[in-house]
Unconditional design. Structure first.
Length: 250
């Protein structure tokens, strides 16, 4: 049966002055699946996301988005073509409301340059998309709340809502659970479970309990190299992973 592969990379490599941050990495992201990338600090996980999103150019290799070679596309072009991402640090507009944050993202994706005399804050298309994105992440009751006053977990939810406002097919999420308590983590995992039905999700995360619970596939990186990739159970029982990442021996 043919799989619905939305994003893939083949033999992706990035070098900086002799340092190889990502070395010959290949993976595929399928609709309806969470694919986690794990590894210790410096393993190359964030660099991999930057390569996939177009923020960093590869030294060699290929990136395909919806079956098309986008290796030479910049970040904004990939974003307009269905690729959304979040960062390790919050990238919201703290002085704007939740709704305004989402509306600005929607407006950037669904531009109407012929309407230069129209009040952007009253654009029904962007507002409708923004409200729906906020609804999907559970921020309906906080639309008029200034984003800077949200809790840490709510800010992470808002970042995903901003991604969703750009109508992405693929979500690249860099440590969305970082700094969260148990209740916020549970809320975020439930959100990711809902979102995966209509998206392909790449998740970089250090919370192993969350990774093994939510991910259908896990890729393990060490020093820029993939040492294992498979189901949660395959990775959990892989002797090389247990030694290199989970700290077990024998």
């Amino acid at each position: 049966m043919k799989t619905d592969i939305l994003l893939s990379c083949k033999n992706l490599t990035r070098r900086w002055d002799g340092i190889i941050a990502v070395n010959d990495v290949s993976l595929q992201l399928e609709r309806g699946s969470v694919h986690a990338v794990i590894g210790t600090n410096g393993a190359g996980k964030s660099t991999l996301i930057n390569l996939l999103s177009g923020e960093v150019e590869p030294s060699s290799g290929r990136v395909e988005l919806l079956g098309q070679d986008v290796s030479n596309w910049n970040q904004s072009r990939r974003a307009r073509s269905g690729l959304g991402r979040s960062y390790q640090r919050n990238t919201i507009y703290p002085c704007f409301t939740v709704l305004e944050n989402c509306r600005l993202s929607a407006q950037a994706q669904h531009q109407t340059p012929w309407s230069i005399w129209r009040d952007a804050q009253k654009d029904t298309t962007s507002l409708g998309i923004a409200r729906e994105a906020a609804h999907q992440v559970g921020l309906d009751d906080l639309l008029e709340c200034q984003a800077g006053f949200l809790s840490h977990g709510q800010k992470r939810q808002l970042e995903i809502a901003m991604c969703l406002s750009t109508s992405p097919k693929i979500l690249l999420l860099d440590e969305p659970l970082a700094g969260m308590g148990a209740e916020e983590t549970e809320r975020m995992l439930n959100l990711l479970e809902r979102l995966r039905a209509n998206h392909a999700i790449l998740l970089v995360e250090h919370d192993m309990d969350a990774v093994f619970r939510i991910a259908q596939r896990i890729t393990v990186m060490v020093n820029g190299v993939v040492i294992a990739s498979g189901t949660a159970e395959q990775v959990r029982t892989n002797s090389q992973v247990r030694t290199a990442y989970l700290g077990e021996h024998g």
